[in-house]
Design a protein around this ligand. Structure first.
Ligand code: URA
Length: 210
């Protein structure tokens, strides 16, 4: 994956995203749409997975058929909203290993602080896909990638639903080697760090909290 930023403009992704943005979309529908979009985004982010062939027998003859090489994959969810993207992706890639990173923002320093970190072993040998629906300031995303690199990850991609220009710039500055895949590059952040036009708080919308 060469580009630092890939925007997935597929009509189905864009249509579902519009439904998710609407403020009257219910929690149940929001969750279902997120599951569907995550699978379409997973298609994009895994597009260049290395392939090999396996000899198989069709009812007609034998053939060397394409299969995904046994490359190890790790999906890393940034808690808690990342879990909404994770669920759909796991349906598509059930053998992927899964990790979780929990960060909160220190109210005084405004810096992300780690409260949970559990990831699969051999991260250095895996394609690591970090999932978080909202790339807003980029501070927690960059911090999560820092932690994953410290744990050995070398080949990392960041998958989100919406990105703000500030978040993309922050990721590019901190981790130019980590491609970002998103369904939309939105306009800006408001003074509280929410993406505009955005969709509100992704975690609250998917879990029905306020
Ligand atoms: N996190 C969210 O859930 N929404 C935003 O708009 C920004 C960060």
């Amino acid at each position: 994956m060469q580009e630092h930023l890939t925007i997935v403009k597929h009509p189905l992704v864009q249509h579902k995203l519009t439904l998710m943005r609407e403020k009257d979309t219910s929690t149940a529908v929001f969750r279902q749409l997120l599951r569907e979009i995550s699978q379409l985004l997973a298609y994009e982010v895994t597009y260049e997975l290395p392939m090999t062939t396996r000899k198989i027998q069709t009812p007609m003859q034998t053939m060397d058929a394409p299969v995904v090489e046994g490359r190890k994959l790790a999906l890393i969810s940034i808690l808690r909203a990342g879990n909404g993207l994770l669920d759909g992706m796991l349906e598509l890639i059930p053998s992927a290993r899964v990790g979780f990173v929990g960060l909160y923002r220190d109210e005084e320093t405004l810096k992300p602080v780690q409260y949970y970190f559990k990831v699969p072993d051999q991260l250095d040998q895996r394609l690591v896909i970090v999932v978080d629906p909202m790339l807003a300031t980029g501070n927690s995303s960059a911090a999560a990638v820092d932690l994953l690199k410290q744990a050995g990850a070398r080949d990392i991609r960041f998958l989100c639903l919406l990105a703000a220009p500030e978040g993309v710039a922050r990721m590019k500055e901190a981790h130019p080697d980590v491609p970002v895949v998103t369904a939309s590059l939105d306009d800006a952040l408001d003074e509280k760090g929410y993406i505009l036009p955005g969709l509100g708080d992704a975690g609250d919308r998917m879990f029905g909290t306020k």
